[in-house]
Design a protein around this ligand. Structure first.
Ligand code: PEP
Ligand code: MN
Length: 339
């Protein structure tokens, strides 16, 4: 349930109202926008009489929110959330960023790739140190050493890093090391204990859509993180499993405007895992940009044929540079004022 507050309401009156609601066992989410203030009421609101609230001087109107996701819901927070990823990099609400780098951190080539993607215009560096691999015999990542390499690159290039946390037991390590953005991978999109653990931190989270996850399941996963207090969540469409076998996954371009409609959280698109083949990655990056994504996550490798994971979908630095120029043109086109 949301209560839309009259513009004449003073901060003291608002605080009094919030305390009154919380005193009845509900939790609240106050969103102060430029145009209106909304108090989201979370809990079993069937016990609240909306007419009682509407009779209060400070309440403009009351609306029930039927969706099970509350904190992630745009009705609770009409304005776009802007996530501060550190190093001056903001995502959402008109701030568009590209995160690029190898699938896995492999060693010395990381800094070489990082310099190249930065040169091409990427503002965040991605790379997996802990890798969720379908086979236990496949490369599992460098672990902590990989995080250190990412941090070294981040310090040299002054750019935030995005890297996957797979295990509840590793979250403290990511916090201690000062990782800028924790990625929750598609395979962990419903690992509720992990979602709750990252929710207890203050570190931005890039939350990927599950392999066969619906949009609502993605939003409920975000709700798990936010319900623990961490509201710095970015959602990522990375393709879903369908009957199609010509591509690794099927990119759901619909998810971008649908998510923007349903939630205030930034929406990132990952055309690399969505397609699985280098030859398709750029087209889908352009489609996602045109559809209004707040950012892209793209795998880039200095020598894709030698990559330790996902070489088949990696762009070379030259291909990435070309893509970035076209992405900038698409951004210009879709953000231009048209008379
Ligand atoms: C990745 O980003 O390298 C990754 C494993 O992605 P996903 O979880 O989307 O498969
Ligand atoms: Mn990958």
């Amino acid at each position: 349930m949301i209560a839309i507050i009259k513009s004449s309401c003073t901060p003291e009156q608002l605080q009094h109202f919030v305390r009154w609601i919380e005193g009845r066992g509900f939790s609240t989410n106050v969103s102060r926008g430029d145009n209106e203030t909304i108090v989201g009421i979370i809990g079993d609101t069937t016990q609240i009489d909306p007419f009682l609230l509407e009779s209060m001087d400070i309440i403009e109107r009351v609306q029930r929110v039927s969706e099970p996701f509350k904190k992630a819901n745009r009705k609770f927070h009409p304005e776009d959330t802007i996530v501060d990823c550190g190093h001056g990099v903001l995502v959402g609400g008109g701030h568009f960023q590209v995160m690029a780098g190898p699938c896995s951190v492999e060693g010395k080539n990381l800094i070489q790739i990082a310099r190249a993607v930065k040169e091409a215009g990427a503002t965040m560096l991605r790379g997996g140190a802990f890798k969720p691999r379908t086979s236990p015999y496949a490369y599992q990542g460098m672990g902590e050493k990989g995080l250190d390499l990412l941090l070294e690159a981040s310090a040299e290039l002054d750019m935030p890093i995005v890297t996957e946390v797979m295990d509840v037991r590793d979250v403290a390590l990511f916090v201690d090391k000062g990782i800028d953005v924790m990625q929750i991978g598609a395979r962990n999109a419903q690992n509720f204990n992990l979602l709750k653990e990252v929710g207890k931190t203050n570190i931005p989270v890039l939350l990927k859509r599950g392999l066969s996850g619906t949009i609502d399941e993605l939003l409920m996963a975000a709700e798990y993180i936010m319900s623990e207090g961490n509201e710095k969540v970015m959602l990522c469409e990375r393709g879903i499993r369908t009957f199609e076998t010509r591509t690794r996954n099927t990119f759901d371009v619909n998810a971008i405007p649908v998510l923007h409609y349903l939630t205030h959280l930034p929406v990132i698109a990952d055309p690399s895992h969505a397609t699985g083949y280098t030859r398709y990655v750029r087209s889908i990056a352009y489609a996602a940009t045109a559809a209004g994504a707040d950012g892209l996550e793209i795998e880039v490798h200095n020598c894709p044929s030698e990559a330790w994971s996902d070489g088949a979908q990696a762009l070379t630095p030259a291909q990435f540079d070309d893509a970035m120029r076209r992405i900038a043109l698409i951004r210009e086109a879709i953000t231009a004022e048209v008379a």
